[in-house]
Design a binder for this molecule. Structure first.
Ligand code: HDE
Length: 701
């Protein structure tokens, strides 16, 4: 009988045979000259044929005996683990934290006192509502979780990119998440808050308003994960060597400044690139353009807190930095993309209860609930208590205890005694005893009013801070909040929910509610009086993105449309000027390969329909008249410019583009449209959005 040979291995580029690589955690393996290991089963048995299963005869059934096939398929069948119940979609990176200002006066935590030490970190950024396979750019808050592998154990700062949360008490978390996620009977919408159950919950639970307003602002539409702020949200404590405590709030400040998309752009990016944020972070790190954040602290005492017109234990409130300044104490740099997404980004387990000596929790009832939840969910998600031994989760300092056994025990503890105290341990045994330098809880005074299910009095003020946030925004930012509310509520089917939401919004600001009602074309409903009337706090300009916008091309992307015969000198000049200002420049064309005016055929970075202007911060075009005339008939090219113009981007447009494509797209050039020869003018215009253009394009509610 004729035997069929396995297909030949396709040609592979030789790989560098560097350090001997290991199998899955096993012994170093023998590598062939081409850099490949010998393929084995999980038991180390060499495999001779990875192309064909074992069959009874040439065209006959497959044999159960084929342990190689069975092992391969069985392992594959078990590849998935439960995704995170929230924050399922995320991207992570390794890096380090460098302290430059010691907080030794306030804490014993070496992380915050030793300025010469670089502490390794792993950070993961996430959306909240969508599943692991959902897109990167819904309107949503972003998780901002950092694991510091300190010399005193792992400290996890598991925060978000908004400074406030939607609820005050852990008791409400399952309700909030159930209302936000896809509706359980129909299983949609995925990764969106624009639906009945979310707004039903918001309008019945006024404490959600502050965070909801943040989500409706452009903060919910980040341009890049490299351009978001991060917040620990809760009040924590720093504890000094005498056991004295100072309250602290943590802030992350991106070096690239905070920048957001606008809504139409953010939505369309979902079609252009599902992985927009992940790719952006990956490409920046691979290019050595390492994203960085400064860590800031707001420090305040119990006495100061008592004077605040809000409760510092209420996670729906922020402390305006005009009241308590943010001191920058160090910098986090992310400089290494993980080797393997699953092993690291998926299996990393953050937990607010991972706390080190010198820092402590406050009595924030939301934080207290989190201290229980994360370990609980990780036991399910990662399959047992030994997930702490996974390389991404294990401390990088020495650690030892008497925890033993359990599923997937990877370590091999030594010795007879796995208990404490004991008198049997020998040198070299895995045994340990407590230390005076260990973690000690701050000795907070106990309340005297007894056990109760209750919220503190000031927690009932749900509207002063949303009002402060609204009053801190610029006119453009406010218009975007109104548009977002109008959009979201237009997706709500039950009219009573829409009416209740607008009625509630009157407690934030009458004009806001009126504008939303007008935008929906409905009469303004009667106000629903709040549990506690809001007070007027001073606006906090620090909360506005636009007031603090960084005019820069650092970390931004520019796309230049070229085609057959495009003037190569002009393309290069434009590229050079943008790159000099810090931008990443990509050339796009109607085809992937084109010959510019020098006659050289080159491969571009993208094709215009696959790399639309949505993924750039500003665009240019250098086209011959003939090519411009031809391209004016292509819808992808028309959309390229119509979107760039509509999303308020600067455009360096050549004569042909103006004469033919702009005409077809209905674009009337304004101050944000410059000649490609004016490279300085283009760089200046590209650093900002052309906000003055917005009212000329759409009615702002
Ligand atoms: Fe979380 N949250 N959360 N959360 N959270 C989780 O833990 C939870 C809250 C945050 O990249 C879960 O391992 C409760 C506030 C981030 O892996 C879960 C409450 C803040 C991440 C959980 C909160 C966060 C999570 C899901 C109310 C900002 C992703 C999977 C008491 C300060 C971390 C997991 C990562 C993940 C519970 C509220 C941020 C279920 C019960 C407030 C960034 O344990």
């Amino acid at each position: 009988m004729a035997t069929r040979k396995p297909p030949a291995r396709p040609e592979q580029k030789p790989r560098k045979a560097d350090a001997p690589r290991r199998g899955n955690g096993g012994e170093p393996r023998q590598q062939a000259e081409d850099g490949y290991d010998t393929l084995t089963t999980a038991q180390g048995i060499p495999v001779s044929d990875n192309q064909n299963s074992l069959r009874a005869f040439e065209r006959g059934p497959t044999l159960l005996e084929d342990f190689i096939l069975r092992e391969k398929i069985t392992h594959f069948d078990h590849e998935r683990i439960p995704e995170r119940v929230v924050h399922a979609r995320g991207s992570g990176a390794h890096g380090y934290f460098q302290l430059n200002k010691s907080l030794a006066k306030y804490t014993t935590a070496r992380l915050f006192t030793e300025t010469k030490v670089r502490t390794p970190v792993f950070a993961r950024f996430s959306t909240v509502a969508g599943g692991a396979g959902s897109v990167d750019t819904p309107r949503d808050v972003r998780g901002f979780a950092v694991k510091f592998y300190t010399q005193e154990g792992n400290f996890d700062l598991v925060g978000n990119d908004f400074p406030v949360f939607a609820i005050q008490d852990a008791m409400k978390f399952p309700d909030l998440v159930h209302a936000l996620k896809m509706e359980p009977d129909r299983a949609f919408p995925q990764a969106a808050s624009a639906h009945d159950t979310f707004w039903d919950f918001v309008s019945l639970t006024p404490e959600t308003w502050h965070m909801t307003l943040w989500a409706m602002s452009d903060r919910g539409l980040p341009r890049s994960l490299r351009m978001i702020e991060g917040f620990g949200i809760h009040t924590f404590r720093l504890v000094d060597k005498n056991g004295r405590s100072t309250f602290v709030k943590f802030h992350w400040r991106p070096h690239l400044g905070v920048q957001s998309h606008i809504w139409d752009e953010h939505m369309k990016i979902q079609h252009a690139d599902n992985d927009f944020h992940r790719r952006d972070l990956f490409e920046a790190i691979q290019a050595g353009d390492f994203p960085a954040w400064d860590l800031g602290v707001q420090l305040f005492t119990e006495e100061q807190a008592a004077e605040f017109p809000f409760d510092h234990l209420d996670a729906t409130k922020l402390i305006p930095e005009e009241l308590v300044p943010v001191q920058l104490i160090g910098t986090m740099v992310l400089d290494r993309w993980p080797d393997n997404f699953f092993a690291e980004t998926e299996q990393v387990a953050f937990c607010p209860a991972n706390m080190i000596p010198g820092i402590d929790f406050s009595d924030d009832p939301l934080l207290q609930g989190r201290l229980f939840s994360y370990l609980d969910t990780q036991l399910l998600r990662l399959g047992g208590p030994n997930f702490t031994q996974l390389p991404i989760n294990a401390p990088k300092c020495p650690f030892a205890n008497h925890q033993r056994d359990g599923h997937m025990q990877i370590t091999t503890p030594k010795g007879r005694a796995a208990y404490d105290p004991n008198s049997l341990s020998q040198p070299g045994d895995t045994t340990a005893r407590e230390t005076a330098a260990g973690f000690r809880s701050f000795r907070a005074a106990a309340g005297e009013d007894g056990k109760q299910r209750i919220r503190a009095e000031l927690f009932a003020d749900h509207f002063s801070q949303p009002r402060m946030f609204w009053n801190s925004l610029t006119d453009i930012e406010r218009a975007h909040v109104v548009s977002a509310l109008v959009f979201e509520l237009s997706k709500v089917e039950n009219e009573h929910i829409v009416v209740r939401t607008v009625a509630q919004a009157r407690n934030i600001d009458e004009a806001l509610a009126k504008r939303v009602a007008d935008g929906l074309g409905m009469p303004l409903p009667a106000r629903i009086p709040p549990a506690r009337e809001p007070i007027d706090m001073l606006p906090s300009p620090a909360l506005s993105i636009l007031r603090n916008a960084k005019e820069t091309l650092q970390g931004r992307a520019i796309g230049i449309l070229v085609s057959e015969g495009s003037d190569v000198a002009q393309v290069n000049a434009l590229r050079k000027a943008a790159e000099k200002a810090g931008a990443q420049v990509k050339l796009i064309g109607p085809k992937l390969h084109v010959a510019l005016s020098d006659g050289k055929r080159r491969r571009l970075d993208g094709k215009v329909d696959g790399m639309p202007s949505l993924v750039f911060d500003a665009v240019g075009s250098v086209l011959s008249l003939d090519e411009a005339r031809k391209l004016a008939k292509e819808s992808a090219v028309i959309d390229f410019f119509r979107d760039a113009f509509g999303h308020l981007k600067a455009i360096a447009a050549c004569g042909g583009t103006r004469a033919h494509i702009f005409k077809a797209a209905g674009i009337k050039p304004d101050a944000g449209v410059v000649e490609p020869e004016d490279t300085a003018g283009f760089v200046a215009a590209a650093k900002v959005r052309q906000w003055a253009r917005e009212p000329t394009l759409r009615t702002l509610p």
